[in-house]
Design a protein around this ligand. Structure first.
Ligand code: SF4
Length: 336
């Protein structure tokens, strides 16, 4: 496995005013993040809203400079790159966001939106070549015949088609990594699998790595089954490893609770599934994270140590997990 993107000890703090003449309050949207995305891999980044996943996505995309830590692309710190190197990195790492309507200019045709960027970034020599590339990209994302879509405006397309247009715009840059931030959350449930399958196909056929950002464990498991998964809670990684290992036997109580809330299609298994009730359903704010283990107010296994001492990520059964009691808390599996 060759690392493509690496985050090393990355912290992202925002500073919020607490009042006139009062010091600003630091808010750790992402704290102590270590993460590697290998070439050609599908990595899932999972967490509830406020967990820090979009912040991390924007840091990987180079849109947000972390307060501290290093962001490496192919082994080079992106903030120490020459302009030419940085430009190459920005082409190689593309971000596809969830709101496909807002991501496309409503007054431009699809042709205009797709041809413009590759011409201005000199990825193609001329307009004719650009149009040819755009048609190929539309075919790749299964929008066929391409001519039918070129003249359309974003509002004339369905949510699923717009998401495919954004994928086409991303692959036109010849990327090595696509960061897909909740790409299917605004799309009709029946169409989600098709978009996930499209991403898997682009991964296989073009060897594009994906960072799939989601709050939904079921789709993360589906798309990243052969890759890795990282679970965030209030800006910190609580568990990370190969998806098959981590989701087969989740070690962190937060992940166990998330998994126990994912419905299983088989009603028989669903009725016998082990539930892990959380102590309080309210998610604390990242602006005021709880002391010690950030999960302790909700964790059914919390003790005094948990409310005082912050757990480190440590190796456990083939993955990394941040929990003081990982060795002793009961194993969780689908069935009682
Ligand atoms: Fe629960 Fe304590 Fe583990 Fe945190 S450290 S997940 S509070 S048992």
């Amino acid at each position: 496995d060759k690392p493509l993107m690496e985050l090393k000890n990355v912290d992202m703090y925002y500073y919020k005013k607490s009042g006139l003449f009062k010091p600003k309050i630091p808010i750790g949207a992402a704290v102590g993040i270590n993460m590697t995305i290998n070439e050609g891999e599908i990595a899932a980044l999972v967490g509830e809203s406020g967990g820090g996943k979009t912040t991390i996505g924007n840091i990987v995309a180079g849109l947000l400079k972390p307060t501290s830590g290093e962001v490496l692309f192919e082994g080079k710190n992106i903030y120490k790159m020459t302009r030419a190197e940085f430009r190459k990195y920005r082409h190689s790492v593309q971000l596809v966001q969830q709101d496909s309507y807002a991501s496309l200019n409503p007054v431009h045709t699809i042709e205009h939106s797709l041809v413009g960027p590759i011409l201005s970034r000199k990825i193609v020599k001329n307009r004719k070549e650009a149009l040819q590339k755009v048609k190929e990209a539309l075919l790749r994302v299964e929008l066929s015949p391409p001519e039918m879509f070129l003249e359309k405006y974003p509002h004339q397309l369905s949510g699923g088609q717009r998401q495919r247009i954004l994928m086409a715009r991303a692959i036109l840059m010849n990327p090595k990594l696509i960061i897909a931030d909740e790409p299917v959350s605004m799309i009709d449930v029946s169409l989600r699998i098709a978009i996930l399958n499209l991403m898997s196909r682009l991964n296989r056929e073009m060897n594009i790595a994906f960072l799939y950002i989601t709050h939904d464990l079921a789709t993360a498991r589906y798309i990243a089954q052969n890759g890795s998964i990282t679970v965030l809670y209030l800006g910190k990684i609580v568990e990370t490893g190969r998806t098959a290992t981590v989701l087969e036997r989740p070690a962190h109580p937060y992940l166990q609770a998330l998994l126990s809330a994912v419905p299983v299609p088989d009603p028989d298994i669903e009725s016998r599934k082990r539930k892990l009730p959380l102590k309080s359903v309210d998610m604390p704010s990242v602006a005021k994270p709880p002391s010690g283990c950030r999960f302790h107010p909700r964790c059914p296994y919390a003790d005094e140590k948990c409310s005082i001492e912050e757990p480190e990520l440590i190796p456990f059964n083939g993955r990394l997990c941040a929990c003081h009691h990982v060795e002793t808390i009961p194993e969780w599996s689908y069935l009682e």
